[in-house]
Design a protein around this ligand. Structure first.
Ligand code: BEZ
Length: 237
């Protein structure tokens, strides 16, 4: 039995792939994914099970941040292998009964997919048999307005996600797209960004003369990028 588990092949979409398509029933009606989300970023994320504590803390946190993600033109879609009536009962319980870290009366208004057949979870590699054969791991897929998978993060069942990091990653990817730059470790809007090699981004001489560019060595150059300029480009877009 254990051996069979290990041999199961998990198919994962990869960065740069079109997001696998599916139709699903959700707490907000039927969806056709990713077609219904064309023109927006969307975060598709899975949780192991309704009526569990880590997932409850995550849903309360994500729902509280939904407007912040919406401002960055990003929609949220949840999924677990529970059924629709379980989802509805759990979300109602969260709203009516759960108070956690100052959050209360939290209404989850983004769609939560029912996936009792595990069809969607399997397409997205959310069932990872050596972690659990009957529950989805905590997967996060960032899908861009053209329906392309741009990033994915997986967490085990016991580890609640950091939603500030998900927001930071979204803004960083959007900034990289807008300004043709890369973002260094722990980057946040207002921090310096990384530019490509000389030739791709000004000649070596132009760079030397540009006081906004700081080259630590030939392979590592950063430049200033104003926080307001970043935010004005990446929000509402
Ligand atoms: C939780 O959300 O608390 C949880 C769910 C499945 C396994 C472990 C923890």
């Amino acid at each position: 039995m254990e051996e069979n588990k290990e041999q199961q092949v998990v198919s994962l979409p990869r960065i740069g792939d079109p997001a696998p398509e599916f139709k699903a029933v959700t707490t907000q009606g039927d969806i056709n994914f990713p077609a219904d989300y064309k023109g927006s970023w969307v975060i598709l994320f899975s949780h192991p099970a309704d009526f569990t504590p880590v997932c409850t803390s995550e849903f309360m946190t994500f729902a509280t941040m939904e407007d912040q993600f919406a401002e960055a033109n990003c929609k949220l879609v949840g999924l677990s292998v529970d059924g629709l009536y379980s989802h509805i009962a759990w979300l109602r319980t969260i709203k009516e009964k759960i108070e956690y870290k100052g959050m209360k009366d939290v209404e989850v208004t983004f769609p939560l997919i029912e996936d009792i057949t595990m069809n969607v979870a399997k397409k997205y590699g959310m069932i990872q048999p050596n972690e659990d054969t009957t529950k989805a791991v905590r997967a996060v897929f960032f899908i861009d307005p053209k329906g392309i998978v741009r990033s994915m993060i997986y967490y085990p069942l016991s580890l609640g996600r950091n939603f500030d990091e998900l927001y930071r990653a979204l803004i960083a990817m959007k900034a990289a797209d807008e300004f043709g730059v890369a973002t260094p470790a722990d980057w946040r809007p207002g921090d310096d960004v990384i530019i490509g090699p000389a030739g791709s981004c000004g000649t070596a001489k132009e760079r030397m003369e540009d006081s906004d560019i700081d080259c630590k060595d030939w392979f590592f150059c950063t430049k200033k990028l104003d926080k307001d300029e970043v935010l004005s480009k990446v929000l509402k877009k």
